[in-house]
Write a protein that binds this ligand. Sequence first.
Ligand SMILES: Cc1cc2nc3c(=O)[nH]c(=O)nc-3n(C[C@H](O)[C@H](O)[C@H](O)COP(=O)(O)OP(=O)(O)OC[C@H]3O[C@@H](n4cnc5c(N)ncnc54)[C@H](O)[C@@H]3O)c2cc1C
Length: 309
Amino acid sequence: MSTLIIADHDLGVLSPATARVIHAVAELGPIEVLVLGQDTTAVAAEAAKLAGVTKVIVAHSAGTADGDVQVIETLAPRYTYLVQSAGSVGKDRMPRLAARLDLMPVTDIVGILGPTRFTRPIYAGNALQTVTDNQPQHILTIRASAFRAAAGGNDSPIEAIDVPVISAAKLIAQHRTESNTPDLATAQIVVGGGVALGYSENFKLIEQLAKKLGAAIGATRAAVDAGYAPNDWQVGQTGKIIAPDLYIAIGISGALQHLAGIQGAKKIVAINSDPEAPLVKLADVALIGDLFEIIPQLIAELEKAGVNR
Ligand SMILES: Cc1cc2nc3c(=O)[nH]c(=O)nc-3n(C[C@H](O)[C@H](O)[C@H](O)COP(=O)(O)OP(=O)(O)OC[C@H]3O[C@@H](n4cnc5c(N)ncnc54)[C@H](O)[C@@H]3O)c2cc1C
C-alpha cells in the first residue's frame, strides 16, 4: 500500500499544510509527493526534506484543475491512497479525480483510525462521523489543521516526469489578493472582526492589532456580506477553517456557522459588549466592553510593552 500526496504550494513556497498531511497519513504506508506546477524546484526541494517522504515527483501544470487531474489519474494505478489537503485546490481537484476513477472520496478528514477508517466532521462541525471506506483505492482530503506537521531532515530523491494532457479548460489570467499577513489556514494567531466594526474603514483597527501580533486577519460572513472585509478573510462553515494557537474574536457573536470554522483554536479571547454572546461564553478570556475603546488600548499596551512582530 502506498500513498501519493499532492503538494500544496504558492509563489514558489511549499504550504505548511503539506507537512501536516504527510504526518496525518504516515501510518498508511510509504509516501510519495507530487508537485504540480511551473518553476517548482524550490517547492520540490522543501518536500524532499520532509520525514516519511520516499520520493518527490515533479510534473508540469498548465494551471487548470482539469489538466492537473489528468496527471494524477495517470499516476493513480500505482497508489492505494491519493491525498491532498482539504484546502481550496484540493477541494477542486480531488472530487474531479474521484469522478474520473469512479470512486467516492472521503473529504475533510480530521482523524485516521486505520487503513480504511476515517473521522470527519458533519453538520457544520457539530458532530464527528466515523466512516469505513472499503473501496480498492482511497481518495482523501485532509483537514491539515487537525494534524501536526511532519519533521524535516529527510533527503528523498526528486524525479521529473512528463505527462501530456488535453485540457478542455485554459488558464487565461490569475488575479491575486496582495497581503502581507500570514495565511489564515495555518496562522498561529488570528484576529477576527465581526459586523460590529460598522465600516470597512474600521477594519483598519483589526489590521493594526493583527500587524502588532504578526497575526492573520479573519472576519465573519456578516462582515464580509456587508462589504467590510474581503471574501478570503471569511472564517466558518462557508469560509476558512482555522486552528491557531490564539484566536482574538472582536465584535463577533459566535453563530454556529462561525464556530464551525474555529473549533481547532487552542485559546480564544472574545471582545464583545454583550456578556451573553455565545462566543463570550466559549472564550478562555472575555473582555466585555466597546471594541472601539478596547482595541486602541490594547494596541497602546502592546506598543508600551515593545511587542511588534
Ligand atoms: C448557510 C449559512 C452559512 C454561513 N456561513 C458562515 C460562515 O462561514 N462564517 C460566519 O462567520 N458566518 C456564517 N454565516 C452567518 C452566521 O449565521 C452569522 O450571521 C454571522 O456569523 C454573524 O456575524 P457577526 O458575529 O459579525 O454578527 P452578529 O451576530 O450581528 O454579532 C455582532 C456582535 O458584535 C457585538 N458588538 C456590537 N457592537 C459592539 C461593540 N461596539 N463592541 C464590542 N462588541 C460589539 C454584539 O454584541 C454581537 O455579539 C452563515 C449563515 C448561513 C445561513
